[in-house]
Design a protein around this ligand. Structure first.
Ligand SMILES: [Zn+2]
Ligand SMILES: [Zn+2]
Length: 398
């Protein structure tokens, strides 16, 4: 048997138990204190591995062969859970979340365990590796973008990093397969907040005020014409208003109405167009109704573009390990965001998807669903991919 496979099989029971331990003790974004402690404690026992003090608060970054020259590949795993109540009963899932209202519904427990397992296997063969591997256990993927924080706090200064790879659990694909996409893979986002200012009055005397709720209703409808009428139909864009708030009583016209929403787009030019049109629609719709409105934008995650040569390298490695049918490169682009994109602005990188649906099942709960649970059968596949990518990258790029 392949030595790598043998080593992976040796650590698998411990890594599976660790994954379940994390599943039982999920922590929200930026609160991954216990999770990072558990990771740190286990990494500290591994040879040839330098575990760095946190760059932010709850991150764990470790460098294998820190003093060795040669190529360097970074591997990333995110650690945070979501504010969702897990539905599985204790009888059905003995390691169900022990934290009310918090669960690992995005598989980050699997990502963290997978990365720890990879570190374990590779540290055992560090002598034969002609370069460095950086393990990035990242907090806060789900909320405000821990990847951006790590980039700003000097992740790329701890050592020279040549490329970065990540994986994400993917319930639509069966275990034993991976999937990916070349080029633009995930959207960029901008969030917006707007306030329509009218003039409050009695509900029975609307002519004495300016009703911001009616203006907001027109604005909301007009915003939904931006994608259909202003954007080239072959381009992708989303305008979603997710919150709208005004008023306190049935017979009072309030003076303000607030809305917030998100813009999604693959190309930066589309983002600029959406922002411009949102401003025009909001301000001019208000003007038409004698109200005023201000809109503020806050840039979210950048779009994720998988690097061509790293994607080819991952595809080739995947086909060698999983067979021709085990790799699909047909993933459609997603309008979801992923903060891994911040890393790929610094160095070539790519993210692939790891199938977690059981072979014999037709369906599997989607990500962020209260019944989602990372499938442990995917751990040896994820570890094999990561280990193999590291070994090949270090040897091939020498
Ligand atoms: Zn998620
Ligand atoms: Zn996720």
């Amino acid at each position: 048997m392949d030595l790598l496979v043998q080593r992976i099989n040796e650590v698998l029971p411990e890594i599976t138990a660790f994954r379940r331990e994390l599943h039982a003790h999920p922590e929200l974004s930026r609160q991954e204190y216990e999770t990072s402690r558990r990771v740190r404690e286990r990494l500290a026992r591994l040879p040839h591995l330098k575990v760095l003090p946190p760059l932010g608060e709850t991150d764990v970054v470790a460098i294998l062969n820190p003093d060795r020259d040669g190529p360097c590949l970074a591997l990333r795993g995110d650690m945070d859970a979501l504010p969702i109540q897990e539905e599985a009963s204790h009888a059905a899932l003995p390691y169900r979340s022990q934290v009310d209202g918090v669960m690992h519904a995005c598989g980050h427990d699997g990502h963290t365990a997978n990365l720890l397992g990879t570190a374990k296997v590779l540290s055992g063969m560090a002598d034969q590796l002609p370069g460095r591997v950086v393990f990035v256990f990242q907090p806060d993927e789900e909320a405000t973008g821990g990847a951006g924080v790590l980039c700003r706090r000097g992740l790329f200064d701890v050592t020279r990093i040549d490329a970065i790879v990540a994986l994400h659990a993917w319930p639509q694909r069966p275990v034993g397969t991976i999937s990916m996409r070349y080029g633009l893979a995930q959207a960029a986002s901008t969030c917006f907040c707007l306030t329509v200012r009218g003039a409050g009055s009695h509900g029975a005397y609307p002519h004495r005020g300016i009703d911001p709720i009616v203006v907001a209703a027109h604005t909301l409808t007009a915003l939904q014409t931006i994608v259909s009428r202003s954007l080239d139909p072959v381009d992708a864009g989303v305008v979603t208003v997710g919150a709208i708030h005004a008023g306190t009583a049935q017979n009072v016209i309030p003076s303000e109405c607030a809305m917030k929403g998100t813009l999604r787009y693959l190309r930066p030019e589309v983002g600029a167009l959406l922002r411009e049109r949102v401003s025009e629609v909001v301000e001019n719709t208000a003007r038409a109704h004698r109200a005023t409105a201000v809109v503020e934008f806050e840039e979210g995650y950048p779009s994720l573009r998988n690097d061509e040569s790293i994607a080819r390298f991952v595809e080739r490695t995947g086909r060698d390990i999983l067979g021709e049918a085990g790799v699909s490169c047909d993933d459609p682009p997603s309008m979801g965001v992923e903060d891994f994109a911040y890393y790929t602005q610094r160095v070539p990188g790519m993210m692939f998807r790891l199938g977690v649906r059981p072979q014999d099942a037709d369906t599997y709960p989607p990500l962020h669903n209260p019944r989602f649970n990372f499938n442990d059968d995917a751990l040896p596949i994820g570890m094999r991919m990561f280990c193999e990518l590291a070994v090949r990258f270090l040897n091939d790029s020498k």
